[in-house]
Design a protein around this ligand. Structure first.
Ligand SMILES: [Zn+2]
Length: 296
């Protein structure tokens, strides 16, 4: 994922895109079912970001998405203030764990700090009252048996005090990835189902990643539910690249390479809250939400 538009998101949110629409557009009905919409936003003031977009919920990082430094709350009211203000505003919060978290790897120097970082993010996300913590499936090294990675996931679930749902996300590329192909997702799930606390592990389906990974979008929802029994969140993103390319470049809905009907089908069939991790700020994200409503 590329977040080159970050600083712009922050500026727009504080310079008047906040036109008092908070709440008006929530809980829309699409095709007879309620779908809730949100976006990935800057972490400084997630509530203002949500209101600028008329979003039901928002997703953000806590601190540096590329660093081991641990979570950081940048909201002016701190963790407690964010929890209370989000609750009062009726806005759901989701936290995306840093990209470097890789609890599957056989490399101790990555797996051990990854587990620590996972627990720290679980704790911080629980403190702000988040609905879930999204974490990528990770990967093993080239010569490793994927089964070792599956078992490392089991151990990570065992070792972590899951104070809120941890949603494992499918990823776009890499031959050694844990959640790129359906068979691997199956392997991860079979392993973690053995772990105590596994009821708190859910699934986040990213449409761009599924497309780029080569999974058939026409059947991905039923396949994932067959394997995991649940989809807790959808990352609704179009892709700048071809199916099966393995590339992870998100773009605005309707502006990428994914067939519109396929993309809309996944978003609506999954029956889960939706987060757009698409480029731009409030205006672009409102257009993404509109696209989803129009393609009900
Ligand atoms: Zn994603």
């Amino acid at each position: 994922m590329r977040w080159s538009s970050y600083s712009r998101i922050g500026r727009e949110a504080t310079t008047g895109q906040h036109n008092g629409r908070c709440g008006l557009a929530r809980n829309r009905r699409v095709s007879g079912m309620t779908i809730t919409l949100g976006a990935h936003v800057d972490q400084t003031d997630p509530i203002a970001e949500a209101e600028a977009r008329g979003a039901d919920h928002v997703q953000f990082f806590l601190g540096d998405p590329q660093g081991y430094k641990g979570p950081e709350i940048r909201y002016h009211g701190g963790a407690e203030g964010l929890r209370k203000d989000a609750e009062a505003a009726g806005i759901g919060l989701y936290v995306h764990a840093p990209y470097i978290v890789n609890v599957a790897t056989t490399n101790n120097r990555i797996r051990i700090p990854s587990r620590k970082l996972l627990q720290q993010h679980v704790d911080a996300a629980a403190e702000i009252g988040a609905r879930g913590l999204i974490v990528h499936g990770g990967h093993v090294n080239k010569s490793d048996d994927p089964a070792v990675g599956f078992d490392n996931w089991r151990k990570a679930v065992e070792a972590t005090d899951l104070k809120l749902p941890v949603l494992i996300e499918n990823t776009a590329g890499g031959d050694n990835a844990m959640t790129r192909q359906l068979e691997r997702i199956e392997g991860v799930w079979a392993a973690i189902e053995e772990a105590s606390g596994h009821e708190q592990v859910g699934f986040c389906l990213d449409t761009c990643h599924a497309w780029a990974s080569g999974i058939d979008l026409a059947t991905v929802v039923e396949q994932v539910i067959r394997i995991t029994g649940r989809i807790d969140l959808v990352h609704a993103n179009d892709s700048r690249d071809a199916a099966g390319s393995g590339a992870d470049r998100h773009t605005s809905l309707g502006q990428g390479r994914i067939d519109a009907d396929l993309l809309a089908g996944v978003i609506h069939e999954a029956g889960a809250p939706v987060v757009c991790e698409t480029p731009g700020g409030p205006e672009e994200h409102r257009a993404d939400f509109e696209w989803i409503r129009e393609h009900g």
